[in-house]
Design a binder for this molecule. Structure first.
Ligand code: G3H
Ligand code: ZN
Length: 281
């Protein structure tokens, strides 16, 4: 069965390293994460966002693929639901969390003001903990999401400490300079703020938008206290570039196996690279 997110994160806290978490959209993504993490000899999280669930139409087929990939994997893989804003979705999935091997979810009420974020998150934490599910929440909205604040927004350490105490969350996504959906790895992170947040907050810190962060900066962020590194866009950039090249090289191909194989391999190599960076930091 899949690994538990709580166990993978406690191990990362113990070693002062991080776990990479990858957003999956398709079976190719699931296979690439499993193969890429195994090649690195590192654990990883398979994460399924609310947007991805909406795109697929239902969570079950991809969750079943994650569960089976984790069961067959030689390296620990945990299953996580990412950026869940819809509390109805939480209520629908939690009773079946054990069936699907869901170890954790991220509830994202970061668009709400502080008090409303606390109230909504606290309620989800109570329900999720009853179902044995570990919860990540977000404070200080991270840039690059629809309608998000400018990337200049930062999480305040004192407010973060109060938020964690008031909600009982198990991990906190923090706004420290990264931004979602970047196609180049040029984000500047506030490493000193990460270190202050680590001092102030008793739970693991999560970096979102890691596709936009260079390897050496990710390593510095882990050294400063980041324990979970979320990667989505970089997989899709690699997949799409390889797919375009493959289609151009084989204009007569009609079998998707011929033109998606290199695209899946490109994602696999990227997963291995991110896993090595966070595990070695
Ligand atoms: O929650 C998912 C991550 O924050 C992914 O962000 O697509 O910019 O790598 P990214
Ligand atoms: Zn994110």
């Amino acid at each position: 069965s899949p690994a538990g997110t709580a166990e993978l994160l406690s191990a990362a806290v113990g070693t002062g390293r991080a776990v990479a978490a990858f957003n999956v959209l398709s079976l190719d993504h699931v296979e690439a994460v499993a193969a890429g993490a195994a090649a690195a000899g590192a654990p990883a999280l398979l994460q399924l966002s609310e947007n991805a669930i909406a795109f697929r139409g239902a969570p079950e087929p991809l969750l079943a693929a994650c569960r089976e990939a984790a069961a067959a994997s030689g390296t620990p893989l945990a299953i996580h639901l990412d950026h869940i804003e819809d509390r109805e979705l939480v209520a629908r999935v939690l009773p079946r969390a054990a069936d699907f091997g869901i170890g954790s979810l991220m509830f994202d009420a970061s668009k709400l003001d502080y008090d409303a974020n606390v109230a909504a998150t606290r309620e989800v934490v109570a329900r999720a903990h009853d179902a044995g599910v570990w919860v990540e929440a977000e404070l200080g909205e991270i840039g690059g999401k629809d309608g998000a604040h400018a990337p200049g927004v930062r999480t305040d350490p004192a407010e973060a400490a109060s938020f964690v105490a008031a909600t009982g969350v198990d991990a906190l996504a923090v706004a420290v300079g990264s931004s979602h959906a970047m196609r180049d790895r040029s984000a500047q992170l506030d490493l000193e703020l990460i270190a202050r947040l680590r001092e102030a907050v008793p739970v693991p810190l999560v970096l979102h938008g890691s596709s936009g962060v260079a390897d050496d900066v990710i390593a510095q962020a882990v050294a400063a206290g980041i324990r979970k590194v979320n990667v989505g866009t970089a997989l899709n950039v690699a997949y799409t570039a390889a797919l375009r090249a493959s289609l151009a090289e084989q204009p007569d191909a009609v079998d998707p196996r011929r033109y998606t194989a290199t695209a899946r391999r490109a994602m696999t190599e990227l997963v291995t690279g991110f896993c090595r960076v966070v595990a070695a930091a």
